[in-house]
Write a protein that binds this ligand. Structure first.
Ligand code: GAR
Length: 203
């Protein structure tokens, strides 16, 4: 909201103030910020937080004009202390919705409960298959014909919340872990902006 006191003119935005949590490259974060550059998009991405200072996504967010900060989990004695700081930063920036995009820290119960119904995640598998790490390798080793990505609500179980949307691809005979990772990321960049728009307008 901005207020021009000279004309007593007020612009009210009903877009949801949203933060993206990252740990690395931030390619999904870039896709989300670009989608949110359209003022008709329902989420307004105002903050990016990385738990790793070296995350390339921090510089990408700044280049796109979004406030980017690091809260390094290694600076805290416990998960609870780290998450208390994360929660305080989100509140200090008046954030109402949280998007995990390659945020590679498991979140504890207290934080997840505090943001319940207001926090989503993207995972590089067709959940409920392959929760956790090495999803592309596991899909190949299992001889799966289909693979993809899932956007879901964050719940107390890891990669376990209610599914919002999925995107699928066919695994090719010559696919490797690397080709699958990049093919799935193309799907992620299309899916996540659509799924966030859906999730943020759900209430
Ligand atoms: C994405 O492929 C995302 O699905 C995955 O990390 C990558 C982050 O890439 N997330 C997880 O594995 C979470 N369990 P990005 O930083 O370029 O968006």
């Amino acid at each position: 909201m901005s207020l021009d006191s000279s004309n007593a003119w007020r612009l009210v935005s009903n877009r949801t103030p949203t933060a993206v949590l990252i740990s690395g490259a931030g390619s999904n974060m870039v896709a989300l910020i670009e989608a949110a550059q359209d003022t008709a998009y329902p989420a307004d991405i105002q903050l990016v937080i990385s738990n790793r200072p070296e995350a390339a996504g921090l510089r990408k967010a700044e280049a796109l004009g979004v406030t980017a900060i690091c809260i390094d989990h290694r600076d805290f004695g416990s998960r609870a202390d780290f998450e208390a700081e994360l929660d305080a930063a989100l509140k200090a920036h008046n954030i109402k919705f949280v998007v995990c995009a390659g945020f590679m820290r498991v979140l504890g119960k207290k934080f997840v409960r505090a943001w319940s119904g207001k926090m989503i995640n993207i995972h590089p598998s067709l959940l409920p298959k392959y929760k956790g790490l090495h999803t592309h390798k596991r899909a190949l080793e299992s001889g799966d014909r289909e693979h993809g990505c899932t956007v879901h609500w964050v719940s107390e179980g890891v990669d376990d919340g209610e599914i919002i949307a999925q995107s699928l691809l066919n695994i090719h005979a010559n696919d490797t872990e690397e080709t699958l990772a990049s093919r799935v990321q193309v799907l992620e960049h299309r899916l996540y902006p659509k799924a966030l728009a859906e999730a943020v307008t759900k209430d």
